[in-house]
Design a protein around this ligand. Structure first.
Ligand SMILES: Nc1nc2c(c(=O)[nH]1)N[C@H]1C(S)=C(S)[C@@H](COP(=O)(O)O)O[C@H]1N2
Ligand SMILES: [Mo]
Length: 360
């Protein structure tokens, strides 16, 4: 594992936690186990005074309470969210930011109202090109003070799967996941899903806010403008088998049949294949796939491994229906986005225990 994680990175890592890999066993991630990423501070919101404002280039600006929103048609969808910086700590050189390893992911059942209905009610004017989603959180990043805000092209904001969500796994959003209302854009990397929404603004030219124009771009060099990060690239993860070593997290396993399992997802197309290697990537075996939890959520996979005593490096790798596969080593970029290189799990298999003799 690469060294020299700074105290600033540790400070971020302690605030923004990942999914413990054993929690991949849950098709729907329990709330406290879902990964978490907050750039600035978690805002304190009073539901009684909170309002959502829909304005800008619209026929009819709207101001809504949480009760107004909850009275609208509701839809629940299981959606896999992954941070675009997932895998950053394994890139080299590494961008100074949240040092994710592999587990900045989770799948929750989000309940909310389709954005489309609300936007149609406000009535975007013909010159409208994008919707800017602004959160209540404010801070300084890259030397620039700003509210956390991201935009979507109007035609994407009008897609039926885009939700304004007030509930996760049947509970009101907890403060850290965006109470009282957040955006859910199925298939897209995490930064798109703006938490603590306070306004939706239809604009007549592309939004140039810091989190849009200067961040979340795949840049080859500091001067490169780069391409925007949008949908999640394919990735698969494995529940580490056996028991962990406390400090190194390497695994200890008894010899014998062992069902390896995990989850795979892609924001580009449904998952088509997961392959598993038990020899460090030299040979690959096809895993069995389960039906995805929803059109916008990960698929479970299993592979029966007959583990014999020895030392192993286990890998998994997925391919989606458009042929997008996890590359052995993705192209480097300045900010360490979209590193979907395969997970590697070191395992020591010890001789199986003798069956216990029946007591007379
Ligand atoms: N308002 C606001 N929304 C935000 C963020 C933020 O810092 N502020 N972080 C984004 C990023 S980078 C990610 S990965 C996801 C994380 O969502 P979660 O913490 O609910 O898992 O929220 C996104 N929405
Ligand atoms: Mo993120």
């Amino acid at each position: 594992m690469s060294a020299d994680i700074t105290l600033e990175e540790l400070q971020l890592a302690a605030r923004n936690h990942a999914l413990p890999l054993e929690a991949l066993r849950h098709a729907i991630t329990p709330v406290g186990l879902h990964y978490l990423l907050t750039h600035f501070d978690i805002p304190y919101v009073d539901e009684q005074t909170w309002r959502l404002r829909i304005d800008g280039h619209v026929e009819q600006p709207l101001t809504l309470t949480l009760a107004d929103l909850r009275a609208r048609p509701a839809h629940t969808e299981a959606v896999t969210l992954e941070c675009a910086g997932n895998g950053r700590a394994l890139t080299s050189p590494r961008a100074p930011s949240q040092p994710w390893l592999l587990e900045a992911v989770g799948t929750a059942e989000w309940t909310g109202t389709p954005l489309r209905g609300l936007l149609e009610e406000a009535g975007p004017l013909p010159e409208g090109v994008e919707v800017v989603f602004t959160g209540l959180d404010r801070g300084v990043q890259g030397g620039v003070e700003h509210d956390y805000a991201r935009s979507l092209p109007l035609e994407h904001a009008l897609r039926e799967e885009v939700l304004l969500a007030w509930s996760i796994n049947g509970q009101p959003l907890p403060p850290q996941h965006g109470f009282p209302l957040r955006l859910i854009v199925p298939g897209w990397y995490g930064m798109t899903h703006v938490k603590w929404l306070r306004s939706l603004t239809v604009v007549d030219e592309p939004f140039r806010g810091w989190q849009q124009e200067l961040s979340y771009r795949m840049r080859d060099s500091e001067d490169d403008l780069g391409q925007p990060v949008t949908r999640m690239l394919p990735r698969s993860l494995m529940v580490p088998p056996g028991i962990p070593d406390f400090f190194s997290r390497s695994r200890l396993l008894d010899a014998g049949p062992c069902v390896l399992s995990g989850r795979a997802w892609s924001g580009l197309a449904p998952i088509e294949q997961v392959a598993v290697s038990t020899d460090g990537g030299a040979s690959w075996h096809e895993a069995s796939l389960e039906a995805p939890v929803s059109d916008y959520a990960w698929s479970g996979w299993t592979y029966l491994w007959n583990a014999e005593p020895g030392q192993y490096e286990l890998l998994c790798r997925t391919t989606d229906g458009l042929g997008n596969a996890q590359p052995a080593s993705p192209a480097w970029n300045v900010d360490g986005y979209c590193n979907n290189a395969p997970q590697r799990v070191r395992v020591v298999v010890r001789p199986g225990r003798e069956p216990t003799l029946a007591q007379p």
